[in-house]
Design a protein around this ligand. Structure first.
Ligand code: BDP
Length: 692
């Protein structure tokens, strides 16, 4: 009887879920007791640390907890040492990070034993692709939190400051310590005094949370806003212009981080416009920032229309320059050699540039992964990348170790993620997209964390009911919640990226997206007069003989950029991992896969598996309804429906399009397409016309 009553209490208790709009992110902290914080020092950062502890404390009621800033060689940078009784760190920021760690553990039920936590990368930066008119390039969560249009666009309001503070707090809680405030396709106007005043105001709000501000700059700024005749990096007046600009910025923002530069890429100006090279340009700007401790993050995302293989180009241009950059230049390299695709092998520049600091650039915003509609947890993709073995210094030279200072003594170590944040109430558009912001920060702090651990933490912090004050009830609920919510939803997150790869571009296919918006399928798109390397047929190369991009020794030979044994492994179709098969090989439709299936059949089964997974996700989510507040539940449910419609479209479009070349039936045990290819293409063309 007792158990039955208890069971009923449980059911009713779990229905009492307060509506949540997602604005609080993973910071739904609420204390269950008091704590006596002992701290000898005072500062803005330490005040935040104390308040956070008091507001969120779930440890022993009335406990004493010490915050101590004291040098310890074992602790690196803004790392910290935690124990049951307190936190020790070299810096005040280290204390704040330690506080967030303690609170996280109290909420997730992780043990708090004596432990030192050091960051993997010194600079953990979010790149905001925010335009000065408030729009965001590849942003799917509303307008910019930093910029807006209109005549009062540069006026800083109380509301602005409040939002920036919330943003800074969220970043700090996961260890992010830098923000690039504007788009890499940068407006020269960002360096005008009006904009810099706003940057100063943002920097003031971000500073106590340990976040440095950086700016993406336009290489032609001296001529566009400085009134000079040229922006040639060898011109003495240009050099002086940058020096003066740096001085001006540092007089306003003493802890300014530095510049991010997209040069000679996709139409952006750069040193090559003046017959100079990337190092000439980067070093000139680095010299201007050097006296103030600033850095230049110079992007390696370059490709010209003339090369026969876009995937080779960053390596070709940048390897020649290894060792020629100033020590305050970091080359920022996208994870893959093409462009943030659902799956790419790692960019071969990682580990290969041995005399230059190199930092990975990841894309948190889901430009190529279903935007704010698809549920795709990116930690698994980033782990796959970070754990890739480059073999540059023998086995075990993973990308993570090649970039975090474990192998090469880089002067600076850093990692960047393109932000997915906007003015939407829940910041990221999709409630689960918040998990990607969270995962980026956590992996930047500790690149050894597993995707599972990150998903586990995030789900507990974001969804676990905290309302009941009754301890016994909460514990009982917790057991049920772990089993019925945490377990299935975590598994869904962990499967979600592979599902997306399957219904979008399995087996190494890449960049077959609909033109411009990169959301739906568009393998057919390739009008005359458009750069070939901007069209899907350039990447899939499908014809009646087969499909795939031949990057082998007899093809473009891009795989020679990988260190042995990788180059040979990729070159031999028998040893090339099947997930990269069509990235490196052009193969006949009846090529026999490891499963004994033909390539065509395997492709069909992958698309089908992707779609079926999303249908399964819908069921998983519907089943957890009683554990989620109605607002977030309904939003995710509706987004999963849209994801399903889109996954079906991907499968039908790609299979029916490629079938024109394979001339083989879709295996009969697979569900039939529900769209006609000609309608799909017609709709796509109409979409493009509407846009023009
Ligand atoms: C591509 C985006 C484009 C960016 C570019 C970049 O489509 O909007 O400007 O990358 O990273 O993925 O510079």
């Amino acid at each position: 009887m007792k158990t039955i009553i208890f069971f009923f209490i449980l059911i009713f208790a779990s229905f009492h879920l307060l509506a949540e709009n997602g604005h609080k992110l993973w910071l739904r902290y609420k204390n269950t007791g008091t704590v006596n914080v002992v701290c000898q020092m005072n500062s803005a950062t330490l005040t935040i640390a104390k308040e956070e502890l008091q507001n969120g404390w779930r440890g022993k009621d009335g406990a004493s907890f010490a915050l101590t800033v004291k040098q310890d060689k074992e602790i690196k940078g803004d790392g910290f040492k935690i124990s049951k009784n307190g936190i020790q760190a070299n810096t005040e920021l280290g204390i704040l990070y330690g506080v967030y760690e303690i609170l996280r553990r109290q909420y997730t039920g992780e043990a708090i034993d004596e432990e030192i936590c050091n960051p993997s990368y010194e600079r953990r930066i979010l790149d905001h692709w925010d335009n000065l008119n408030g729009t965001i390039e590849r942003g799917y969560a509303g307008l910019s939190i930093f910029w807006r249009s209109g005549k009062d666009s540069l006026v800083v309001t109380k509301k602005d400051r409040e939002l920036w503070k919330e943003y800074a707090r969220a970043d700090a809680s996961i260890g992010i310590n830098g923000a690039v405030l504007d788009n890499v396709n940068a407006s020269p106007l960002i360096l005008t005094t009006g904009c810099l005043n706003r940057v100063k105001a943002i920097a003031e709000v971000l500073r106590p949370y340990g976040i440095k501000t950086y700016l993406a700059i336009n290489f032609a700024s001296p001529s566009v806003i400085g009134g000079l005749k040229t922006s040639d990096p060898f011109d003495p007046e240009v050099k002086k212009w940058w020096k003066d600009k740096a001085k001006e910025i540092y007089s306003m923002i003493p802890d300014f981080g530095g510049f991010l530069v997209k040069a000679n890429s996709e139409g952006q100006p750069g040193p090559q416009n003046f017959g100079r090279t990337h190092d000439d340009g980067a070093n000139m700007i680095a010299d201007a920032l050097k006296p103030f401790g600033g850095i230049v993050m110079w992007r390696a995302f370059v490709y010209s229309p003339n090369d026969k293989d876009r995937a080779r180009q960053a390596y070709n241009e940048f390897m020649l320059l290894d060792g020629k950059f100033r020590d305050n230049v970091i080359i920022q390299v996208k994870n893959g050699p093409v462009d943030f695709q659902p799956r790419e092998p790692f960019n071969p520049l990682f580990g290969a540039m041995k005399k230059t600091s190199v930092m990975p650039e990841l894309q948190v915003t889901q430009e190529y992964l279903g935007q704010a509609i698809h549920l795709v947890f990116l930690a698994t993709m980033w782990k796959e990348f970070l754990q890739s073995d480059t073999y540059q210094e023998g086995k075990g030279s993973t990308v993570a170790r090649c970039t975090d200072g474990s192998i090469y003594p880089q002067k600076y170590t850093a990692i960047a993620g393109v932000a997915n944040i906007g003015l939407d109430t829940n910041w990221c558009g999709h409630p689960f997209a918040q998990a990607n912001w969270y995962a980026f920060g956590r992996l930047a702090w500790n690149n050894n964390l597993t995707s599972e651990k990150i998903a586990d933490e995030w789900l507990k912090l974001t969804f676990k009911p905290t309302a009941s004050e009754d301890k016994e009830m909460l514990t009982a609920l917790s057991v049920e919640w772990n089993l019925n919510f945490l377990k299935p939803v975590k598994q869904m997150m962990l499967n979600s990226r592979e599902a997306a790869v399957n219904y979008m571009m399995p087996l190494g296919l890449h960049h077959i997206f609909a033109a411009n918006d990169h959301y739906g399928p568009g393998p057919w798109w390739g009008p005359k007069g458009v750069r070939r390397d901007w069209t899907p047929p350039y990447y899939h190369q499908a014809d009646t003989n087969g499909i795939g991009f031949d990057r082998t020794r007899t093809g473009s030979n891009a795989l020679s950029q990988y260190h042995e044994p990788l180059a040979s492994l990729f070159n031999d179709v028998k040893t090339c991992p099947e997930v990269y098969l069509l990235w490196f090989h052009h193969l006949p439709w009846d090529y026999k896969m490891k499963s004994e299936r033909t390539l065509w059949d395997a492709l069909c089964y992958h698309y089908e598996a992707g779609l079926q997974k999303v249908r399964e996700f819908q069921k998983v989510w519907d089943k957890v309804e009683r554990y989620v507040d109605p607002e977030r539940f309904a939003l995710v449910q509706s987004k999963l429906r849209q994801q399903c419609v889109n996954a079906q479209l991907w499968k039908d479009a790609c299979l029916l399009y490629f079938q024109q070349f394979s001339r083989k039936p879709i295996p009969y045990d697979i569900e039939r397409p529900v769209h006609d290819l000609k309608d799909i293409i017609k709709n796509d063309m109409e979409r493009l016309r509407r846009r023009d």
